[in-house]
Design a binder for this molecule. Structure first.
Ligand code: KDG
Ligand code: MG
Length: 403
């Protein structure tokens, strides 16, 4: 039997924090899984070290499904970002092992390629519409076919999605949360001008996306979707917080702008109604936060029944390990939509050598066995963990709002 013999959790900060699980077998083959939960990294590391690893030693590394069920049902306490990220890490590492033993890239184990390449989008952002327009031009020069556009809002000192780094995305910027101020009125007045400017300058051949980051009410989101219809967005993301899935019904009643949601979802139960009632067009759950490849494939299959396509989260805080796993998934499934791709810093790339590569707006998973990503433990040791929080958001009167 291919037995899990040893396991370790590696916490490293090559430019930002990443948590990685490494599972070693009695036959020397090992697999790795991403366990990074931005701003709550050590909670997952503890969950793995104290509660999961003791149960893994001696288990059959080939029994991925049974191990998933064991960790999900067997913990009694289901769901939630910490639990599901920890389960995802184990699942990714086990799929990596299976691929290595079979000597096949994971997409072959998932049924082979459904496409030759994976279309990705990056984030163009600037403090002003002019700056964002310029950034969109930079992404077009890099060969992108799809670009997310965010801009600063006059009268607000900081806005979601506008960062100093243009090819990386790092909102976890402080050892205690920074506080931003939000105004829905100012935002709704300004955003249509951005997309008008972008379409005037670049036409309709490029896919444009926009992320609201959970800031609106359903009726406000309906209004924004309607205002943006002339600019034919690829999607409007996280228009409202999806705690209440029914919210999307109201948005749908007012706009035909395609809707995407799900980067903070952990299970199929978070999007069951959204999918079944066709209230969304793209589901953004990804490997690391939605229970690994085993569960994400289940979400994608369910979504396929309702013409919902995937658009996996891929900001810089999702490690190259998650990206390698996501790309093997993206290239194999029938209802792939798009993959988010914010690059990693050179230090991160050094710690995580990988088989995937970018070319002219597409990512290619490569043909290495497993998910094709490794970790250099010696290099990882050079970058100790640094506490970093995502910002929080308040309205002008001091009330807490969604960030
Ligand atoms: O950790 C949080 C970020 O990944 C998130 O804010 C990024 O919304 C995001 C996106 O669409 O990439
Ligand atoms: Mg988002």
């Amino acid at each position: 039997m291919l037995e899990i013999k040893e396991a370790k959790v590696i916490v490293t900060c090559p430019g930002r924090n990443f948590v990685t699980l490494k599972l070693m077998t009695n036959e020397g083959v090992y697999g790795i899984g991403d366990a990074t939960l931005n701003g709550r990294e050590l909670a997952v590391a503890t969950y793995l070290n104290d509660h999961i690893i003791p149960c893994l030693i001696g288990r059959d590394a080939h029994q991925i499904e049974d191990t998933w069920q064991y960790l999900y049902r067997g913990s009694y306490w289901r769901k939630g970002p910490v639990t599901m990220t920890a389960i995802a890490a184990v699942d990714m590492a086990l799929w990596d092992i299976k691929g290595k033993v079979a000597n096949l890239p994971l997409y072959q184990l998932f049924g082979g390629k459904s496409r030759d390449r994976v279309m990705v989008y990056g984030h163009a952002n600037g403090r002003t519409i002019e700056e964002t327009t310029e950034q969109v031009g930079t992404y077009l020069d890099l060969g992108y076919h799809a670009i997310r556009a965010q801009t600063g809002i006059p009268g607000l000192s900081s806005t979601y999605g506008v960062s100093k780094d243009k090819l990386f995305y790092e909102p976890a910027d402080s050892s205690l949360p920074t506080e931003n101020i939000w105004s829905t009125e100012k935002y709704l007045d300004h955003i249509p001008h951005l997309f008008q400017r972008l379409r005037d300058q670049y036409g309709f051949d490029v896919h444009l996306l926009h992320d609201v980051h959970h800031r609106l009410t359903p009726i406000e989101a309906g209004r924004l979707g309607k205002l943006l219809e002339p600019y034919r967005l690829f999607w409007l993301e996280d228009a409202v917080s999806a705690d209440n899935q029914e919210s999307f019904r109201l948005i749908r009643q007012h706009t035909v702008t395609p809707l995407a949601v799900g980067e903070i979802f952990n299970t199929l139960w978070d999007c069951q109604h959204l999918i079944q009632e066709q209230l969304i067009d793209y589901i953004r759950a990804t490997v690391v936060h939605a229970g690994g490849l085993t569960h994400l494939r289940r979400i994608a299959d369910f979504a396929a029944l309702y013409n919902v396509r995937t658009g996996c989260h891929g900001a810089t805080d999702l490690s190259p390990v998650c990206m390698g796993a996501a790309l093997n998934f993206d290239i194999a499934i029938p209802n792939f939509g798009i993959q988010e791709y914010m690059r990693h810093l050179p230090e991160t790339e050094e710690v995580f050598p990988h088989a995937y590569h970018f070319e002219k707006g597409f990512l290619y998973p490569g043909d290495s066995p497993g998910h094709g990503v490794d970790i250099d433990e010696e290099k990882a040791k050079q970058y100790p963990y640094q506490r970093a929080y995502l910002p929080v958001n308040r309205l002008a009167d001091g009330s807490m709002h969604n960030w």
